[in-house]
Every structure is written in structure tokens, then in C-alpha cells.
Design a protein around this ligand. Structure first.
Ligand code: PHE
Length: 520
């Protein structure tokens, strides 16, 4: 702590006591990592009086920017090309109409509140503290989102006779075999140069527990992998263990490439959350606060720098499709790169280069309403993800609404480029059918369980043209203003494809504008 800060806090303490010191320390950013108790940005109130900011896009980033700036007195306008706020934060329900560039779908889900599907973001990791802070501040109720479920399935067409195998078996057996191998290597003194004999004993003891090895330190199966011909567990009389899956088949499968350790990725670690009733609860909360600042169906046609700020040319329905000009001191542009590249602008060429370099994932999601919760009834799968090497990539089971008569299943979540493009090119009807055929390989009788479905191919969504940027290499350029224009959206963060990235990028832009205004 430098001397002036210390003296300041001493003075505060002598007047206001411990509470006052703590609040001052908070304001000085001295209390360590931010807590999820409030948004972590606090512009001095009134500091934006008399200044205007035009925000391009009413997705999470734009909404956050408008919320924080308007609290500080800035005059904000949000230009949104579509008729709804939220951007990729999209929850669909019965009665909704989903439009893509060449198709329209009517969502025919039932009307119960749990019959919804998050077609964009669907999970929030525990350490995404800035978006979680807004959930807390706005009272958005959260529940646990289940990413990893040992009852869910791994499916590889070429392995195990094309039959899906339970995650509990894959996890247990893989671990058992690896423990056995390492124990063998140590037993045969292959690692003597690495360890003392005491260490060796300890490692062997650890491996026995880690892999559930037998007395000869061999892996012969484990109750951790479940039982045969029974309801998974031992039941009244412990039965026969499942035979271990063959090691060579496990090695030849694609499970271990990333699916088996998916929950180890920092952003996929438990605990993850979802808002109760749909991800758009976050959008609704922002809408209540800044909704009046949004001008819908306002398509940005030009982004220009003017003598004293920005000049945005917009096409608006109120003007019979004529263009109007919105002038402001600053702009925050959250328009996704694949859309932004085609908008005439005055950007410096470094910015154009950065924008062009952002390739987006052709992500696709397909959600079905089923006629019963067969995954729960037949296989005791409650939430989580089954994986397959087919194009659909994943099936997500709803981590809510358990034991109800039916539910919404995510029948595909595709993020690979080739499969994403294949599914994007199909008509909505073809997508539904193709994903049913593939789901049938994992759950036999699948087709008969499905009542209705809906798909979202983000590549084909007007004003989005993609899911998220592939690379999380920070586009430093986009984090610096181009004159009066600031860039935001998850694409301007090292967390592309996450709402946290959208929020952090908005905060950085807002902070940048505020510092500039306050030092002017
Ligand atoms: N956040 C999204 C998800 O969890 C998209 C994403 C996937 C982003 C993987 C980065 C990496 O599926």
C-alpha cells in the first residue's frame, strides 16, 4: 500500500470506523478478488452527465454497457437490428417464431414453465463472477446446471459394437488400467531414478486406491463401474460386477480426446449454474432497467467518425426504411465480427484486420420436446451430457423438471466446423430428422419418444452469422478504442462464447470511456 493510500485510510478510520475503511478499500480496489455481491464496476454518479454513447447491439454486452453508463448519467441509445434484446442469449418456448436467413420455425412446445430450451448460452461456471454478480444484484434465481453425469453415455460408432457405454464404466475402467500400468512400471523399477523407495511404496498404495486395483495390483473391474443385470447398484444382494471395457477399445475410441476430461476444463468445471426458467431471465432483468433505451429493428448501415464523435447511419422501420443518423460522443460496437465486416465504416486498418481474422463457430443446437422422460425412466440419467462421434456431438438431458411427464432434451449441440456446416445447410425439417436418426444410435426407440423439435443454426441467424469466435487469443486491437469507437461483445475478450466475456468486454469499454471523460 502506498503512503498516501495508507494515510487516507487512517483518516477515514478515525472518522468513520472499520466499516468506512472497508468501504473505502473496496472503492480503491484493495479488497482482493471481486466478490459476486454486486457488479464490479462503479462509475462516479453524474460523471457522464451531458455525454452521449450509442451502443450497437442489445446483446448482453450492450445491455451491460447501457446499464452501467446510464447509472453514471450518460445519455445512452442502444441500436438493435432485431425485434428482441439478448442476442445469442435466446430461450425458446411454445408459440415463439424462430427465423433464419432462409427459414422460419414455429416452436410447438407445451406451455409448462419448464418446457423451454436455451438455444444459446446455457451454463454459467462458478468463477464467471461478473455475470453472476449481475444475477445476484438483480435477483435472478439460479439452479445447478449438470455438466457431468456418470450415468450419461459415451458413443463411438466404431467401438464396443457401436453401443453406447455408461460414463461410470468408461471413467472407472480408464482409471483402473492407467493405475495398473503405472504400478507395473514402478514394480519393474522403471521409475527408480524418479523416486525413493519410500515414495515408491506410497505411490503404489495410492495407485491401488486410485484405480481400485486388486491385491496383485491388477485392474479386474470395480464396483465403481456398476453391476450387471441389476439397477446399476448392488441392490439387496450384491450381484456380478460389470466386466471392464477392453482397454484397447477404450484407447481406440475418441472418448479420451476431450470428452472424458470435459469437466476438467476450467470453464466446464462444476459447479455450473443456469437461471431457473430459462437463460433469458438475465436479459429480462436488464430489460427492466434499460429496455427503454433500446431502439429495435434499427439496422446499422454505416459507422463513421465525425468531428466531435461518431455518426451512425441507421435504417429504421419508423422512417419507412429510410436511413436516419444518430450522433453521439462515443460508440460501443458489439456487432459480431462476421456481420461487422460488411458494414461500411471509418475503422483504421488494424481494426479491420482484427475483425476479419475472427472466424466464428457454425454452432447448431436442436431441442426436442419428448413424450416422456425416457432417459430418467429407463436409464436413471438425470441431467448431464451423452457424447457421440456422430455429427450431433452431444445430447443434453435437462437438469430440471425431474420426474415430470415429459421434458425438453437438447438432441444436438454441434460445435465442430464440418458437422456444423452440414447441419446449417439442412432445412429445419431435415435437421430434426437427421438428429433423430443419430440419437437412435444412442437411445434405441428414440424416434418414438419425440413429439416436436426446433433448431438453431447460428451461422444462418441474421445479424449474428455464427456462434462465437474460435480462438480465445485476445484481439488486443479490439480492446483499444479506434478514436471514439470502442469494441465489445465476447469477441473482444479472452472468453469468446461466454456471457462473462461479453460482460468483461463491456466493462472495459465503459471504463475506457469513463476515464477519458473524467480526465478531459
Ligand atoms: N460457452 C459455450 C459452451 O459451453 C460455448 C463454448 C464452448 C465456448 C467451448 C468455448 C469453448 O458450450
Amino acid at each position: 500500500m502506498n503512503i498516501t493510500k495508507r494515510r487516507f485510510l487512517q483518516t477515514v478510520g478515525s472518522i468513520g470506523g472499520v466499516g468506512a475503511v472497508y468501504r473505502s478499500m473496496q472503492a480503491l480496489g484493495m479488497t482482493g478478488i471481486g466478490t459476486a455481491s454486486a457488479s464490479q464496476l462503479s462509475l462516479p454518479s453524474g460523471s457522464g452527465n451531458g455525454r452521449s454513447v450509442v451502443i450497437l447491439g442489445a446483446g448482453i454486452s450492450g445491455l451491460v454497457a447501457a446499464y452501467e453508463l446510464s447509472k453514471a448519467g450518460y445519455d445512452c441509445t442502444i441500436l438493435e437490428a432485431t425485434e428482441r434484446a439478448g442476442g445469442r442469449n435466446l430461450t425458446v418456448r411454445g408459440g415463439d417464431l424462430l427465423e433464419e436467413s432462409d427459414s422460419r420455425q414455429n416452436v410447438q412446445f407445451g406451455s409448462r414453465p419448464d418446457l423451454y430450451a436455451n438455444m444459446g448460452p446455457a451454463r454459467i461456471p462458478y468463477h464467471h463472477r461478473t455475470i453472476l454478480a449481475y444475477c445476484k444484484e438483480f435477483g435472478v434465481e439460479l439452479e445447478v446446471f449438470t455438466n457431468d453425469n456418470r450415468a450419461a453415455l459415451f458413443h463411438n460408432r466404431e467401438r464396443f459394437n457401436g453401443k453406447a457405454v455408461a460414463s461410470r464404466q468408461v471413467n472407472t475402467d480408464m482409471r483402473g488400467y492407467i493405475a495398473e500400468l503405472l504400478a507395473k512400471a514402478i514394480d519393474r523399477n522403471a521409475l527408480d531414478s524418479e523416486f525413493t523407495s519410500e515414495d515408491k511404496e506410497r505411490i503404489l498404495a495410492m495407485l491401488e486406491k486410485y484405480g481400485d486395483l486388486d491385491d496383485n495390483r491388477q485392474y479386474k473391474g470395480s464396483s465403481r463401474g456398476g453391476f450387471k443385470r441389476q439397477q446399476i447398484n448392488a441392490g439387496l444382494k450384491s450381484g456380478e460386477l460389470n466386466s471392464p471395457l477392453a482397454f484397447d477399445e477404450l484407447l481406440q475410441s475418441d472418448f479420451w480426446i476431450y470428452k472424458l476430461h470435459f469437466d476438467q476444463f476450467l470453464n466446464q468445471n462444476p459447479t455450473l449454474f443456469q437461471p431457473v426458467g430459462g437463460m433469458d431471465a438475465i436479459v429480462n432483468a436488464f430489460n427492466e432497467r434499460v429496455g427503454t433505451l433500446i431502439q429495435y429493428r434499427s439496422i446499422v448501415k454505416e459507422i463513421r467518425k465525425s468531428a466531435d464523435g461518431v455518426r451512425i447511419v441507421v435504417q429504421q422501420p419508423v422512417m419507412n426504411g429510410q436511413t436516419v443518423v444518430v450522433n453521439a460522443d462515443f460508440a460501443i460496437c458489439t456487432i459480431p465480427a462476421p456481420v461487422l465486416v460488411d458494414i461500411p465504416n471509418d475503422f483504421f486498418k488494424d481494426y479491420l484486420g482484427a475483425i476479419k481474422s475472427l472466424e466464428f463457430v457454425p454452432a447448431v443446437k436442436i431441442a426436442y420436446q419428448t413424450s416422456r422422460r425416457f432417459w430418467e425412466e429407463d436409464q436413471a440419467i438425470y441431467g448431464g451430457i451423452s457424447w457421440t462421434d456422430q455429427d450431433i456431438t452431444q445430447i443434453w438431458y435437462p437438469p430440471y423438471g425431474y420426474h415430470r411427464e415429459n421434458g425438453i432434451l437438447m438432441g444436438a449441440y454441434i460445435w465442430g466446423k464440418e458437422p456444423g456446416l452440414r447441419f446449417s445447410e439442412m432445412t429445419p425439417q431435415e435437421r430434426l430428422q437427421a438428429a433423430i436418426n443419430q440419437g437412435e444410435q444412442i437411445h434405441s426407440g428414440y424416434a418414438n419418444e419425440i413429439a416436436t423439435g426446433v433448431s438453431r443454426a447460428w451461422l444462418k441467424v441474421p445479424f449474428q452469422k455464427g456462434g462465437w469466435a474460435y480462438s480465445n487469443e485476445i484481439r488486443e486491437t479490439l480492446q483499444k478504442p479506434d478514436g471514439p469507437i470502442y469494441f465489445a461483445g465476447d469477441q473482444a475478450s479472452a472468453l469468446p462464447g461466454w456471457q462473462e466475456g461479453a460482460v468483461l468486454a463491456a466493462h472495459a469499454a465503459v471504463q475506457g470511456i469513463s476515464e477519458r471523460v473524467m480526465s478531459a
